[in-house]
Design a protein around this ligand. Structure first.
Ligand code: ZN
Length: 423
């Protein structure tokens, strides 16, 4: 039987088990700070496959100040568990590979908007629903079951493979960075985010920041101008930052990669809290925001523009300049150079399995991919199956596309790393 047919059969034969495994993985509430039990379970799964498991906390590795490092607040890195499982061979016959997936998930949001409990995944009409199914525990299952399919056919990869499950992808990228700081390298990396069977060609970076806005408090009877009222002032800062975003989106129209994307730069005021008492003018408000960064725009430049927009607004309000702090992602935008050997191989396999050419996309979000490619020079591919509702209450992954992704990864490993018989 032709090898690709054998792979297709092996993946199909294991797919019920893979679906069940994904359901188990997606049942962990692995939001930030809670990744431990999920990583413990994965470490056991990897050890049971005969891989060498390195389970460590980010605090075990020095990453502060490395290129790609993002500052961290409100997180305990002594408990931020990362897992790197390694398959190694004595006499490699091919090139080494990192397969990476993040297991941190974003919070579920308003529970009333879910048609099911977010961490009780369900399959409906061929889609598995649940927080983290698409982003990106399905991809993690594809990495693992691709290797299982090869194993079922009597093979192991013919070169070193690291299977990495990291956290912090959704807020800093420091989990991925820690694997590199710990010394793990390979000739290529593949991150199977649910990209709709497209390959990331370029991605935006992002900056996260917090404004601490102070008012001039008093009794509500006295009334208050926007500058004196910390919550009303927050609304003015939001408008000022929306104007800055529109200005940057104007510049984006001539960008070589994002010029054809309408308004690629997104500003998200994502969290707000303030005030203490309904009879008092609020004395404080904290506003937390995210702003995208175009490839080619430097992080210091973007931060300076944010600070300048806030300062101009404060002057207009005749209010004190809010304290601006940088509280998570300080991620560069990045373009993944076309023409690598890894991309050529993926394109060839995608064409033969999917029956159409591999299309690139310019992603208006941020992934872990930049950490490997931009800061460590490891050619990195971000490619995976079909999702809907990422970061939304209807998050789901298309299981048929997951099966295809698993096949494609198995074929990629077979041809990139070569194969050896299981001893
Ligand atoms: Zn993701």
């Amino acid at each position: 039987m032709e090898f690709s047919k054998a792979i297709e059969r092996a993946v199909a034969d294991g797919f019920d088990r893979q679906t069940e495994w994904l359901g188990r993985l997606a049942s962990f509430d692995s939001t930030r700070g809670n990744e431990g039990p999920c990583q413990d379970w994965l470490a056991n799964e990897f050890a049971a496959r005969g891989w060498t498991v390195d389970k460590y906390a980010i605090d075990d590795v020095g990453i502060a100040g490395l290129p790609g490092y993002s500052p961290v607040v409100d997180a305990d890195y002594a408990k931020a568990t990362q897992v790197v499982a390694t398959h190694d061979v004595a006499d490699p016959v091919g090139k080494s590979l990192i397969l990476q997936g993040h297991i941190d998930v974003v919070p579920p949001g308003a529970p009333e908007l879910w048609s099911q409990p977010p961490f009780e995944p369900r399959v409906v009409d061929g889609w598995m629903h649940g927080r983290g199914t698409a982003d990106m525990k399905a991809g993690v299952s594809a990495m693992v079951f691709a290797l299982d399919a090869l194993s079922g056919l009597g093979f192991v990869p013919g070169a070193r493979v690291h299977v990495e499950t990291v956290s912090e992808e959704e807020c800093t990228g420091n989990g991925a960075l820690s694997t590199l700081a710990r010394g793990y390298r390979a000739d290529a990396a593949l991150i199977p985010e649910s990209m709709g069977h497209k390959l990331i060609r370029a991605e935006l970076g992002s900056v996260w920041f917090r404004l601490r806005i102070l008012g001039r408090p008093g009794h509500v009877l006295a009334g208050a101008s926007a500058g004196a009222h910390a919550i009303l002032a927050a609304m003015a800062y939001i408008e000022a930052l929306k104007r800055l975003t529109a200005e940057i989106n104007g510049e984006a129209r001539s960008h070589p990669y994002f010029g054809s994307v309408a308004d690629p730069v997104k500003f998200n005021p994502g969290k707000i809290r303030g005030g203490d008492w309904l009879g008092s003018v609020p004395s404080w408000c904290e506003l937390e925001c995210r702003l995208s960064v175009l490839p080619g725009h430097s992080l210091p430049e973007v931060r300076n523009r944010v600070t300048a927009a806030v300062r101009a607004c404060a002057e207009q309000l005749q209010a004190a300049m809010p304290e601006v702090s940088w509280i998570g992602f300080q991620a560069d935008g990045h373009v993944f150079a076309p023409g690598t050997a890894a991309e050529a191989l993926l394109a060839d396999i995608h064409q033969s399995v999917m029956g159409s050419p591999l299309e690139p996309i310019c992603l208006t979000a941020t992934s872990d991919t930049r950490i490997y490619d931009l800061y460590y020079g490891i050619p990195t591919l971000c490619y995976g199956g079909i999702a809907r509702g990422m970061h939304a209450p209807d998050e789901a992954v298309d299981l048929a596309s997951l099966r295809k992704t698993t096949e494609i990864i198995a074929l990629f490993v077979a041809r990139w790393c070569g194969l050896k018989s299981k001893s």
